[in-house]
Design a protein around this ligand. Structure first.
Ligand SMILES: Cc1cc2nc3c(=O)[nH]c(=O)nc-3n(C[C@H](O)[C@H](O)[C@H](O)COP(=O)(O)O)c2cc1C
Length: 354
């Protein structure tokens, strides 16, 4: 089966010629149901869709909407153009059962993608220049039908060592990116704090004070437009509680979880993905479902004390039953990246659930 984002092609090839497979075909039939759910106060047919990543531009977002995914995230953009990591980016990751957080033993990864349910994604968060992505994101916003929502994901770029006040510049870059996404018309924002593929060990989401400063500045800029924070897996419960205490009054919700990092090697034990800073890459799919479910349940407990806020459950959702498990754990909305690539009919299946 050809995936709608085809890992056997380069990112640029996917961007220019995709989506592929089922998403390249006409929709299975015009959906007729009225919105029956809601997401951040907006009526939606189902609170289910595809998170930041595989929907690399408006053509992909429009296909996702047509095929029954109702809450979709446009792949993370930046305030300035940024290159993609060298090909390949997505490999099959052979993991027995679940991928433990903090695992140091390497995992075998290769291009045997048929039948794979856990994959790597190592793109380095590429972005086109805003002059190119803003009109395209506006087209993605316009592609949402009745009861559908496009979420605009963005992240800041760490300033180079030559920049005078790096902290201030980093905050300003987040604010600039958020402003550009709002200008493009996205009705909901998601700030990515959790990309493990940038070659830095320290994820922004583990620096609570910095996130509170950045989120406050972004919220001042965007006003009433809802803002979600995309989180990595927090191993430490006290750290997650402190993070939520510091940010729940600023933002409108949390999306968890991003990929879990692992060291990926080929059959000879050599680094599987080419280039510096890519020994460790983010792993998603079946092996990380436990982490997304656990984060959802922990955030739901924190919501009782520090809410209200929305929870978007992400990670390893391969079936409609998996989506149901996330709802049962406390998620207001559920998203699937790997699962949607493996089964482009997943949105319709979740919609059909009682
Ligand atoms: C091809 C691909 C690209 C991704 N790119 C991004 C990204 O740009 N920004 C982001 O916040 N997450 C990104 N992710 C992570 C997903 O949003 C999601 O958190 C992760 O894949 C776990 O969900 P899954 O198990 O359903 O794949 C990407 C995932 C995939 C598979």
């Amino acid at each position: 089966m050809t995936w709608f984002y085809d890992p056997r092609r380069t990112y640029e090839d996917n961007y220019a010629h995709g989506p592929f497979g089922t998403f390249a075909e006409a929709a299975p039939g015009a959906p007729s149901e009225a919105p029956g759910a809601s997401f951040l106060g907006r009526p939606v047919r189902s609170a289910f869709g595809i998170p930041a990543g595989p929907l690399v531009n408006a053509a992909y977002c429009a296909a996702a909407f047509r095929h029954g995914f109702d809450v979709n995230v446009y792949k993370t953009v930046r305030a300035e153009a940024h290159p993609v990591h060298p090909f390949p980016n997505t490999l099959a990751v052979h993991v027995d059962g679940r991928l433990e957080a903090g695992r140091t033993a390497p995992l075998r990864a290769d291009d045997r993608l048929d039948g794979a349910t856990s994959i790597s994604n190592s793109f380095g968060v590429p972005s086109r220049d805003p002059d190119a992505w803003q009109p395209d994101m506006a087209a993605a916003v316009a592609a949402a039908g009745e009861g559908q929502v496009l979420v605009g994901s963005f992240q800041g770029t760490r300033p180079g060592s030559g920049v005078a006040d790096r902290e201030r510049a980093y905050v300003a870059d987040h604010v600039a990116a958020a402003r550009l996404v709002v200008e493009a018309g996205a009705p909901v924002l998601e700030m990515n704090l959790s990309c493990p593929n940038e070659g830095t060990g320290a994820l922004l989401c583990f620096d609570t004070a910095a996130v509170a400063r950045i989120a406050g500045a972004v919220k001042d800029e965007v006003g009433d437009v809802p803002l979600l924070l995309k989180l990595a897996y927090f191993g430490d419960d006290a750290a997650l509680a402190a993070f939520v205490r510091a940010t729940a009054g600023i933002v409108d919700g949390y999306a968890a979880v991003n990929t879990l990092p692992a060291r990926l090697v080929d059959a000879d034990g050599r680094q599987a993905l080419p280039g510096e800073g890519r020994a460790v890459a983010g792993v998603c799919g079946d092996a990380i479902r436990w982490a997304g479910l656990e984060m959802t349940a922990r955030l739901a407990r924190l919501r009782d004390a520090h809410g209200p806020f929305a929870i978007v459950g992400v990670g390893g959702v391969l079936t409609a039953a998996d989506a149901g498990a996330y709802r049962a754990a406390g998620a207001d909305a559920v998203m699937s990246a790997t699962g949607a690539m493996l089964d482009p009919g997943l949105g319709a299946k979740v919609r059909a659930q009682p």
